[in-house]
Design a binder for this molecule. Sequence first.
Ligand SMILES: NC(=O)c1ccc[n+]([C@@H]2O[C@H](COP(=O)([O-])OP(=O)(O)OC[C@H]3O[C@@H](n4cnc5c(N)ncnc54)[C@H](OP(=O)(O)O)[C@@H]3O)[C@@H](O)[C@H]2O)c1
Length: 332
Amino acid sequence: MSPEMIKRPIGKSGIEASVVGLGTWAIGGWMWGGTDESQSIAAIQTSIDEGVSLIDTAPAYGQGLSETIVGKAIKDRRDQVVLATKCGLIWHAQKGNHFFDYDGHPVHRHLGKDSIIYEVEQSLSRLGTDYIDLYITHWQDPTTPVSETMEALLDLKQQGKIRAIGASNLSVDELKAYAAHGSLDAIQEEYSMVKRDIETSLLPICAAHDISTLSYSSLALGLLSGKMGPEREFTGDDQRKDNPRFSLANREKVARLMDAVVAPIAAEHQATKAQIVIAWTLQQPGITFALCGARNPDQARENAKAGRLRLSSGEIDAIGAATKTYLIDLDS
Ligand SMILES: NC(=O)c1ccc[n+]([C@@H]2O[C@H](COP(=O)([O-])OP(=O)(O)OC[C@H]3O[C@@H](n4cnc5c(N)ncnc54)[C@H](OP(=O)(O)O)[C@@H]3O)[C@@H](O)[C@H]2O)c1
């Protein structure tokens, strides 16, 4: 293990951040069966103690709760954090495309200029800061031209309210439309050992335009944590309850991969299985940062330490080949 967290630049922004980023969706509680504020704050602070600078949140994570908790946790440590948050999933107006209901209230995908300008102020206030390092359009809005969205984001950048621009959950055409403006620093997309489709769609475009990639659900919602045994049950609104990815058959497939290939490599590096999974993700071509959710200090510490690991090319190849043997059809 290297003595320090590895860092990489975010696109052309001039900002550097830790390769492991703390994801705070579960910290908002929504779709994760609730949250515990003191454990969440401890998880965030432990991440920073362990060298994680990149912290990712969004207004939609518990309708402001995740941002509020992040704000409390980083109150005296703002300068140690590269803060990423998002816009475009709104509940203050019914504009754009209806996406889902939250507690009976409609949430729309909307990236109009006025809405973004409203949203950024809400986020700054909840986060207790006067700037956001990386501001990301959360889901794309087919009713607003990308040129209008970019105009709003560039204005905010000029005002110093945001320092870099990102976009998430993109089609190839949407990415090309953003890239045409030349000011996109990062994308954020689902990527892990069980979900690799962006390797042949978005990642080559990012490489051509010097756009960084933040992988999300890097541990496949915890399935790849090395601890997802058959006994684990999900309660409340935890999205994993009805997700076929978490079937007992799939948990077994993952356990076989872990035992056969990941565990020996972990032993070699005196690391855990989750750390090898994260390190493998970070060494895939085009993946710049791996966002990993953590709900308590132990998870935060374990995930952060993966940002100091370097696997050999032989180890990377062995894991890559094994995913093709063991991790087939997990989402069916
Ligand atoms: N842009 C988007 O649309 C989008 C979508 C999804 C996620 N994201 C971002 O990406 C971040 C990461 O993805 P994610 O949170 O969805 O999934 P993830 O990182 O794959 O999984 C997170 C969950 O796995 C479990 N876990 C994490 N580390 C562990 C460890 N060391 N040992 C055991 N269990 C562990 C925890 O849940 P339990 O303890 O409950 O098992 C944790 O909440 C999010 O938090 C969010 O910031 C963005």
